[in-house]
Design a protein around this ligand. Sequence first.
Ligand SMILES: Nc1ncnc2c1ncn2[C@@H]1O[C@H](COP(=O)(O)OP(=O)(O)OP(=O)(O)O)[C@@H](O)[C@H]1O
Ligand SMILES: [Mg+2]
Length: 608
Amino acid sequence: MSKKKRIIVQLDQKTINKIAAGEVVERPASVVKELVENSIDAQATEISIFIEGYGLDLIRVIDNGIGMNSQDAALAWKSHTTSKLKAIEDLDSIASLGFRGEALASIASVSMMEIITREENALTGTIVRIKGGNLELIEERECSVGTSIIIRNLFYNVPARKKFMKTPTTELGHIMEIANRQALIHPEIHFKLQHNKATLLNSPRSSNPIEPFISIFGADFAKQMLPVNFEKDGIQITGFTSAPSLSRASRDHEMLYVNKRYIRSKTISEAIEEAYKTLLMKHRYPVTLLNINIESSKVDVNIHPTKREVRFSESREIYDIVQEAITHTLENNELWRESKGLLKSSSSVAASAQTRLDGTVSDTTITPQSNGKSSALLKPISSVDTKLRFDESSSVLNETSALVISPTAVALSDTFWIRPLGQAHLLYILCESSEGIAVVDIHATHERIMYEHLLELYHNANFVTQELLQPIAFNLSTEERLFLEENIPQLEKVGINLEHFGGNTFIIRRLPVVMDLLKTTEDIKNLIDEMRKDVANIPDVNERLDLILKTMACHSVVRSGDPVSIEKTIAILEQLSACKQPFTCPHGRPTIIRITEKDLEKEFGRIV
Ligand SMILES: Nc1ncnc2c1ncn2[C@@H]1O[C@H](COP(=O)(O)OP(=O)(O)OP(=O)(O)O)[C@@H](O)[C@H]1O
Ligand SMILES: [Mg+2]
């Protein structure tokens, strides 16, 4: 059988453009991205985006930027035409969003494009019409200063691409994402996005960088964002990052920019997450809006077809600086949790009471949800007296004074103090605070203190161990044994000395002094078992050690259900106030929940 002969031909420019368009113009949102970036490069202060038919029928972007003269307008839509690069050296220090001179050409080859544009001092403007990459019309036209680009019938000549569009709402979602990302980092630009008659974004100009965030995510979200402002070695990190009270189940809300260019970066995401390590629960991610301002020669933006990724010449340095910036922000802000659930449930009781008083539902009675726990709250005090107390021996009750159990208040920051009143459910410490009331989870608090203490012992290689009265021998499953064997060196570093006794049997003769709560074989087995579960599949040794320390912290402190004396409570709170991250336990659960006086007044109907 004769083989088919291969003939190499040079493709014509239109075919080349159409192929290139496959990379640049993946979907309607890509068109919006390119047009908006051009408007930003043209120094616009107002950018309006109009969409019809989810972008396939019409995309129109109008800006009030510098515009183009008629020669430039005649060239702009051709391939490899750009005003942003002059020479090859410029590629090494790109300050504009565009630089390839390819976007308009790619879009023009798969749509019907109309460019209407005028420079500031020009008497008239220009209109250019291109269909599928062919020039149809170019002439003078009255118009306002700036540029308006209309894209109709996107992908009309590439039906295969059109077929691969997702549902209309998905496409619209992508468009909104593109507009929001730009609005968030450009408070100096008024952004509008309209689909058919609906306004999807309106972010007016503002000198306050949080304003776009408020327009897009709402004031409730914005309230929980902490400003980031950090500079080191000529690199500035600015933006906002969430208090641990605000987190998401995915990385979608980690919004990263380099010189205001939106990017995805595993390195930067990991640096941010490292800073939140003990503040957020597993698989929770912060909301972060971060711009890295760096000399353009230190970052290569020309490595990805849609410029979504960049390469730093010093990526380790960037990692360290970002982590330091976020840590700095988190350490310099008060991150106490506000109670939400608690107040919500009480307002629903208030609401049903209201219904009854109105007489609208006359025979409704207020019954607490019958889950046992909440009904206990409404029982007369005498029947729950064992649950609200401090050790009687140590409580101070002065009949003539107000009902204040502890005479001592502990300052947790310059402005926030708490005064313990009693212990509920043998776990929560109820407190009066400088701003209302507060509830302390004594176990979470103790765990935080212990974790930071263990970290310090570890860093100073200072784990003091003590001989157990009786060595503890225990048998493990093969899986547990393999884990232990693999981690013996790590465990030794933290003062847990294990001896392999043969088969699946191990012996512990010494333990760190701080772990004196562990007494029985069962205690030790529980500890090992939990460590194994946490550490399984974590290849990084440092991360493993950190998890081991967290588990140790959890097993070295009073469990919920133990009564604590008032002196001990005060001592624990004082230690908490000295912690670096006092707001959560090492696993990210809050240590203290605050309810402000204002919230109480609202809930009790004293203010509306
Ligand atoms: N809204 C606009 N206002 C003023 N000039 C514009 C506008 N849009 C495009 N231009 C001009 O058209 C040129 C070509 O735009 P195009 O987007 O194709 O390329 P680019 O922005 O230079 O590079 P890239 O392909 O990386 O986006 C730009 O360099 C710019 O001079
Ligand atoms: Mg461009």
